[in-house]
Design a protein around this ligand. Sequence first.
Ligand code: MGD
Ligand code: MGD
Ligand code: SF4
Length: 752
Amino acid sequence: MTLSRRDFIKGSAAALALSAIGGPCFAAAKEEADKWVKGVCRYCGTGCGVLVGVNKDGRAVSIKGDPNNHNQGLLCLKGAMLIPVIYSTDRITEPMIRKDGKKSELTKVSWDVALDFAAKRFKDAVAEYGPDSIAYYGSGQALTEESYLANKIWKAGFRTNNVDGNPRLCMASAVGGYMTTFGKDEPMGTYNDIDNATCFFIIGSNTSEAHPVLFRRIARRKQSSPDVKIIVVDPRRTNTSRIADLHVFFKPGTDLALLNGMAHIIFKEELDDDRFIKRYLQFQDNEGNARSLEEYKEFVAQYTPEKVHEITGIDPDMVVKVARMFAESPATLSLWCMGINQRSRGVWANNLIHNLHLITGQIGRPGASPLSLTGQPNACGGVRDTGSLAHLLPAGRVVANEKHRNEIEDYWGVPRGTIQPKMGHHTVALFENMASGNVKAVFIHCTNPAHTLPHLNKYTKGLETAFVAQTECFHDAETLKYADVVFPAAFWCETEGVYGCTERRYSLIEQAVAPAGQSRPAVEILMEFAKRAGVDPKLMPYKNSADIWEEWRKLSQGTPYNFYGMTRERLKKESGIKWPCPSEDHPGTDLRYVRGEDPLVPVNHETKMFFYGRPDGKPIVYLRPYQPPFEPADDEYPFVLTTGRVIDHWHTATMTGQVPELRKAYPSAFVEINPDDAKKLNINNGDPVVLETRRDKMTFPARVTATCMPGLVFCPFFDKKLLVNRLFHDAVDAASKEPEYKICATKVYKQG
Ligand code: MGD
Ligand code: MGD
Ligand code: SF4
């Protein structure tokens, strides 16, 4: 028996407490179980620990939050409703192929037929057109072992760097921000900072809907101490902004001006940390020239509150208030997500948030930290850390660096020169190259790009043209329409592997139940496919996923990602460990870059902090000017369209859509429009409203609500019947190549 939404809400004190502040969270589900198996929630980058209850027949019957993991037993509704997803009737249970091209039907075949069918196409493509004619498109939801293995197979086995994945659509700008400022990826803080922060600077994150259990922790912190202040910077009034002391409601896409304006006030009012600046920081402009502190001050002095008001619409007094609150609070924690990353200047926006922490010394103390929230459950551990992107190699190495390539080649036991020095195609370029015929075959794993890429009308052409091999669990996935081969993959809890969440915490998901039907663990599928496609079996000497983990764990030794101490046995016993964790007796690290906390900082280092990502140990403060979004509103397309999440659905709803309670909460997409705009356009709740952009037009039911500021409309993107990404352009951040899903210009009018 599983509990209904109503049962959960009724039974949970936590939910009642939180409903007052806008985000339901749930304690444990009660269910008879023969044993409890430890894991991590399938959904967001919060990475809540779970215990899955399995009955005598080997069936999962219940789920509860792991009291020993950071979530202390809590789950949000999506997590608490995972069991019915496993047993959904929509599960794909047998391999399928299209025998006669894209127009033919998918038909069920044996594993051998499906694997040979796919392998031949990849092998032929490599033989005829070379290794760069094939690609792997992966996911921040795949298990670490799967991403590590796929990266090795493609980069060292097939010898192409065409390995990318959906974290490019999500966290690439955050990675770019950490790399350019600190010289190394991944946050320095952890969730413990939430319990110590005295000011939260939440910018471009609807934490309440997208990271509900963390939001609860923030709300609890605020409730426990009235002095704790919350600033929310968002052009929408979200559930998150309901608990804000200051909600900065402003013109979307203009954050760069606000962040520079805050830096200006910080210097003007002497709220900066002069000692920290002099000891640790260096300054640089966009051309890579070294600049002085004085030059930086002059640069930000252009962003007076009045000038910021002109660009952003924010009241000049508000700019001053926000800057003071940020700088004067004893410990400020910044949290941000897609409102910052999914922007054509997402890396710059990340840099400017880091700038504020650095110039005020709000860093390296409990509660004082920049902490980017990761979207997917394993974007950090599985993709960023394993280097499963077109420009990366494992543990912070890059393909462009010969020394890095040689280190990995030696470790993988392949001749030097095996890994190509040229970066592969990043996501958007990959799908462009599929459409143009340069990439002939792609292996898609654990992601649904026909629904989630930007400018869909353009990029689905790539899926129509190239040979597509896809692993999937649910028939509902839009990308299946384009798949030539479908491999049924074992789902969450049907196999084992590691997930790494926002706070550098790696946790093991243990196998709780048998895979549905004929579905198989993805590591098996990848290895079988690769061997048949001509990859040397010596590259894959693994009996199971634990063997892959062992290889990866050892590879991390001596790198800034060092988690050598996380043996499989240890991960089985403990509910997540935070790297760096260099030895089996190391407890894991809370504060990175801090002497006495981070094992990678020498114990006798001459300064308290050591930013070892940079050769000189000094992070860079950047002089980054304001730049408008790629496609701001104009006379012809006078509204800004933004897209994002709702609490009860996960991305394309292939999983959450299987749960009646979640589906009922949000049965279909809609467009939120401000009441003033609605009045002018004669639009009432439920009216059909056309959004017309330069790419396409579509009709959505209206939700008239003050959530959006005037001039802004919002659509969630979960609904495959209303694929809002058809409306979007494909502008990407110049450095991270992450698409700007948050801003495009649109006409808005009532249909008919
Ligand atoms: P979004 O809804 O994409 O969620 O988590 P979030 O980024 O928190 O957008 C965040 C906020 O950015 C919105 O409130 C939007 O109004 C604001 N915004 C838009 N434009 C701007 C701007 O110009 N400036 C600023 N400052 N803000 C702006 C995303 C995260 O959620 C991710 S990446 C993933 S992969 C996960 N997905 C997911 C899900 O699909 N469903 C649920 N329920 N939770 C999820 N958690 C994760
Ligand atoms: P998901 O629905 O998470 O979306 O985009 P996607 O990754 O494309 O797709 C996961 C797929 O894997 C589903 O089809 C699911 O059924 C399948 N699946 C689930 N479990 C398993 C498993 O165990 N094994 C296998 N093999 N398959 C499995 C997400 C992407 O969307 C992201 S991360 C972001 S941040 C972007 N956000 C965004 C936005 O904010 N606005 C708009 N308009 N578009 C966006 N697109 C991006
Ligand atoms: Fe799962 Fe995220 Fe909810 Fe935690 S907050 S239960 S990780 S969806």
